[in-house]
Design a protein around this ligand. Structure first.
Ligand code: ADP
Ligand code: MG
Length: 438
């Protein structure tokens, strides 16, 4: 979602560690590149613009220290963060000497990791001062000058530092997740995790254990005691996406969690207190679902203390030009086609289209057109279904004859049915106007 997301390269020979760090970095809104050896890491460095290197020291074959030296030599601007299991003084000193700025001892908490990353990035002036520039990025990510976009930013400002639950409603692709992230990452708890869960995506029999955790041996397959996503988001935000797809059996459990502010792991007898902000999102009409008995009304009210409704793109077409510009900038960079232009005719087609897939669809189409063009996007690159699209707005579905009739009647009414004056205004002669009226 964030075109200015920092790219972080993580190097560790232990794949579990790599996955763990990647998951944590994702919740902090960074983009992760993984490498399990120094050679792999060097390949990534050669092909990608990396903003921060996080590396283990003890690795078989080539030691992490070699990678630090290599990076220092070839990419001196990249800050380095060393993570290591053996916190021996000599290795620390050595790491610092070789240019590593920060050092984190395994095991570390996700909080410690976040602070170390921020501090490395800040020291390297990638971030002017801590959260500030990142926050601005997140707002500038919500592109739009329409009343809709302004309203959204205003609501975010109001709710971000409260504990209120927030329900975001709107069609698919209208930016619900983007808004949820903006709320979290501009709030005071931005340094805590943001965890997104697709409520319809977890099989019903696993959902409870995924969300709330379980106790070792509580069911077949529960080999270890497991922390649920609610606890993993502790202090931060849990984003319940597609909340309308939550099975009824789970809805009642969610309700309990919100009311009691505690969770019960599967197989546990004692509940545990939790402190998380809950943001949910849906593209279905929950009120209709309530009427049909598919969604609990009490849960709906609990989730919906603050409400944000996103507007479909076709109802705020004034945002389209700026979105086009933003996505062209973003993808011309990504595909190395700087200065690529868009033909005015193409913009017209894009403005006429109804965008059933909303901003996601617009973004995909721009991306595709950039891939297919050289330095100018022309009608040739526009997908057929867009080119020959007839807008559903009734205003435009009129024949010339109908327009003509309407215009003549309007003018006649304006001049109190004085046909001579009407003919003058319409720039036709009296004979023609008589014919038309007939
Ligand atoms: N106002 C906006 N400005 C820029 N990009 C946006 C905006 N709204 C949505 N997007 C982009 O559109 C895509 C879909 O947004 P997303 O938040 O996933 O939508 P939803 O959750 O409603 O389906 C994402 O790539 C997102 O970055
Ligand atoms: Mg979504």
């Amino acid at each position: 979602m964030n075109s200015k997301k920092e790219n972080i390269l993580v190097v560790d020979d232990n794949n579990d560690m790599l996955d763990l760090i990647q998951r944590q970095l994702k919740t902090f809104n960074y983009r992760t590149y993984k490498a399990s050896s120094v050679n792999e890491a060097i390949e990534v460095l050669k092909n990608t613009t990396i903003d921060l290197l996080i590396s283990d020291l003890n690795m078989p074959e080539i030691n992490g220290m070699e990678l630090l030296k290599y990076t220092d030599e070839h990419y001196p601007a990249i800050p380095k963060l060393v993570i290591s299991g053996v916190p021996s003084i000599p290795s620390v000193v050595c790491a610092i000497k070789s240019g590593a700025l920060d050092y984190l001892t395994k095991p570390f908490t996700s909080d410690e990791l976040y602070k170390a990353i921020r501090s490395s990035l800040v020291k390297n002036n990638l971030l002017a001062n801590d959260f500030h520039s990142k926050n601005e990025d997140l707002y500038s990510n919500i592109i739009g000058k329409s009343v809709h976009s302004k309203n959204v930013v205003e609501i975010i400002e109001r709710v971000k530092d409260t504990k209120a639950t927030i329900l975001i409603e709107g069609e698919s692709g209208t930016g619900k997740e983007l808004i949820a992230r903006a709320i979290h990452f501009t709030s005071k708890t931005a340094h805590k995790p943001f965890i997104a869960v697709n409520c319809g995506g977890i099989p019903e029999n696993l959902a409870e254990s995924e969300l709330f955790g379980h106790i070792k041996g509580s069911f077949t397959g529960a080999i270890e005691t497991k922390t649920g996503l609610f606890q993993a988001a502790s202090g931060g935000t849990i984003f319940l996406d597609e909340i309308g797809n939550t099975p009824l059996s789970l809805q009642i459990k969610l309700l309990r969690v919100i009311q009691e502010k505690e969770i019960l792991r599967v197989g546990a007898t004692k509940p545990e207190k939790i402190d998380v902000r809950i943001i949910s999102a849906t593209n279905s009409n929950l009120e209709e679902m309530i009427a049909k008995g598919l969604f609990r009304e009490d849960l709906y009210y609990r989730l919906n203390v603050a409400n944000i409704k996103t507007t479909p793109l076709r109802e705020r077409k004034e945002d389209i030009p700026l979105l086009i510009k933003t996505f062209i900038d973003k993808y011309s960079n990504e595909y190395n086609k700087p200065g690529i232009k868009i033909n005015e005719k193409v913009t017209e087609v894009l403005l006429r289209y109804d965008w059933p897939g909303n901003i996601r669809e617009l973004e995909n189409i721009i991306q595709r057109m950039i891939i297919m063009s050289d330095d100018l996007i022309t009608l040739n690159q526009v997908p057929e279904n867009l080119k020959y699209h007839i807008p559903t707005s009734p205003e435009i579905l009129k024949s010339l004859k109908e327009y003509e009739k309407e215009q003549i009647l309007k003018v006649l009414a304006f001049v109190n049915h004085n046909k001579t004056k009407a003919a003058q205004i319409l720039q036709i002669d009296r004979k023609t106007i008589n014919q038309k009226i007939a």
